[in-house]
Design a protein around this ligand. Structure first.
Ligand code: XMP
Ligand code: MG
Length: 189
């Protein structure tokens, strides 16, 4: 491997993980999404990428470097109010944006769209703040578990109805640093 190779290893070895998408596949796909965004927003100097923490951190870092436009970035952290283990659909803002988005063209960057409840509420909130446009980019889409219909404008990959980790996604805080997307075989290990 060359000295210019990625700073991350292509694979980590963990016998408890089944690889769904490799680091190389993710890299290539995110470059495609960046090129698509660059075309769709060509000439636009009003773009804000909003990363939803913590899960979007790696996708956001990769995506913004693949977008050949003037843009700014911002972050939010939200948590969904749960009724026991079932999401109620309302969200609490744990960390808000640092800049107003009135008149801005926003792309919300998510790690995964599952039920869609978080994004549904988030788009309502950001829309009420007077954004000029709001689109959604997500690394992963788990369509089988959707409860609210959400338009996803830029999607990396679809995943089956399994708990996936890596590339920013966690299981109780673990595995966010994995460079690939995997499924945990035995969650109790
Ligand atoms: P909703 O259901 O509102 O969920 O679309 C959005 C948030 O739930 C988390 N989530 C996952 N995290 N593996 C994870 O590590 C998964 O399979 C998974 N499914 C949902 C995630 O934080 C997402 O932003
Ligand atoms: Mg999470």
């Amino acid at each position: 491997s060359s000295l210019n190779a990625s700073i991350i290893p292509s694979e980590f070895t963990n016998p408890n993980l089944e690889v769904l998408y490799t680091a190389e596949q993710i890299k290539q796909r995110v470059i495609q999404l960046g090129q698509q965004i660059s075309q769709d927003y060509a000439g636009n100097k009003n773009l804000v990428l909003i990363g939803i923490l913590k899960g979007s951190c790696i996708f956001m870092a990769d995506l913004m470097r693949a977008v050949d436009l003037e843009l700014i970035i911002d972050f939010m952290a939200v948590s969904s109010y749960k009724d026991g283990t079932v999401s109620s659909g309302d969200i609490e803002i744990l960390k808000d944006l640092t800049h107003p988005i009135r008149g801005k063209d926003v792309i919300i960057c998510e790690d995964i769209v599952d039920t869609g409840l978080t994004l549904f509420r988030l788009t309502e909130i950001l829309g009420s703040r007077g954004a000029n446009s709001i689109r959604v980019a997500t690394l992963l889409d788990k369509p089988e578990t959707r409860k609210k219909e959400i338009k996803i404008d830029y999607c990396g990959f679809q995943v089956p109805n399994k708990f996936v980790v890596g590339c920013g996604l966690d299981a109780a805080g673990r595995y966010r640093n994995l460079p690939f997307i995997g499924v945990v075989k035995n969650p109790s290990l």
